[in-house]
Design a binder for this molecule. Structure first.
Ligand code: PHE
Length: 336
């Protein structure tokens, strides 16, 4: 009973004291072990009561030890310590934004400064919004199984995972009257073999500007502004290209220079880095979306976020973006 009292009233903040307590009661030469050694000398009719008492003692000592130990491990559970408001707080680790989010936020920020607002659309999209309204001919290869993930459904509507964010253009034009100034960041899906340079899931940012008298020069100026803000570069070029939904269409490159070895590698020795597709919205698309193509014109552009993020951070393999290895993700802690 005396020992039990001693165990129950024992308190300490010091690991050394706690260790002394453990040795005294629970050690291999400790008190409880010794008392168990007395067992053989106890008269038979008292063995049961003696055994119960000893087990109780052992349990109390173990519990006391465990609770003091965990208190010490968590920095002291002692009431006095808790009341000390001058102690520094417990450290806790801040999370990090995903690099794709960081780049997307930056791009959204840059366009929002010139009046663009964010628009969103569904990732599971119908044929009309992803292809038909965007002037894709019926037999266009992009509609092919090879590129598109079709979604099984019960109705006769053909559903698929959107292959680009241009589907959001259509949804916005169907629902808003010009002037329209939106950017649409989002996830897109293509049935491609996964490698260091391609993935079946990636992210794009779409831009759309529709008003009266919008010209190709307006587009160029807007993209030049973006390039300067985002990359800190001023020289761009527009190469003729083709998209079903824009006419004329172009590919925009940024001049990167050829100063470092990385410049050579990134630009394949040309100094130019391909950034986005763009063009004047095809009048057919405007009409498909209920916008008078005689009165209004506009431009659209679309860029892949992974590519830009890879360039910004020097990431050589796109798969890192989707593996969610914390060692990779932790590196972006300081980014916004
Ligand atoms: N949707 C095109 C693509 O995925 C990019 C694009 C958007 C081109 C808007 C022109 C205008 O490649």
């Amino acid at each position: 009973d005396e020992y039990l009292e001693e165990i129950k009233s024992f308190e300490t903040q010091s690991p050394e004291e706690l260790e002394k307590f453990r040795i005294r009661f629970l050690g291999s030469k400790g008190l409880i072990k010794e008392l168990f050694g007395e067992f053989k000398n106890v008269p038979n009719d008292q063995k049961k009561a003696f055994g119960q008492k000893l087990n109780g003692l052992k349990q109390a000592a173990q519990e006391k030890f465990d609770s003091l130990k965990s208190g010490l491990a968590s920095g002291g559970s002692d009431r006095k310590a808790k009341e000390d408001y001058t102690r520094p707080g417990y450290p806790f680790e801040l999370g990090a934004r995903h690099p794709i989010s960081v780049i997307r936020n930056e791009i959204v920020d840059i366009f929002s400064r010139i009046g663009f607002t964010v628009a969103e659309g569904p990732e599971v999209e119908d044929d009309w919004h992803n292809f038909t309204a965007l002037n894709f001919p019926e037999e266009h290869p992009a509609r092919d199984m090879q590129d598109t993930f079709f979604v099984e459904n019960e109705g006769d509507e053909k559903l698929a995972l959107r292959t680009h964010t241009s589907s959001v253009q259509v949804r916005v034009m169907e629902n808003q009257k010009p002037p329209i100034r939106i950017i649409a960041p989002g996830r897109v899906f293509r049935n491609e073999a996964i490698s260091s340079r391609a993935h079946c899931i990636f992210h794009q940012i779409e831009g759309l500007y529709i008003d009266e008298n919008v010209s190709f020069a307006d587009m160029k100026q807007t993209l030049q502004y973006f390039t300067k803000e985002f990359f800190g570069k001023t020289k761009i070029r527009l190469r003729p290209s083709y998209f079903p939904f824009t006419e004329p269409s172009a590919e925009m490159d940024v001049y990167w220079g050829l100063e470092t070895e990385a410049d050579y590698r990134m630009t394949k020795g040309t100094g130019w880095l391909e950034i986005m597709g763009c063009g004047m919205v095809d009048p057919n698309v405007l009409e498909n979306c209920g916008i008078d193509s005689k009165k209004y014109s506009g431009f659209a552009f679309g860029m892949g976020i992974e590519r830009i993020a890879a360039q910004r951070y020097g990431i050589g393999d796109l798969r890192y973006f989707f593996e969610n290895d914390v060692r990779f993700l932790k590196q972006f802690k300081a980014a916004y």
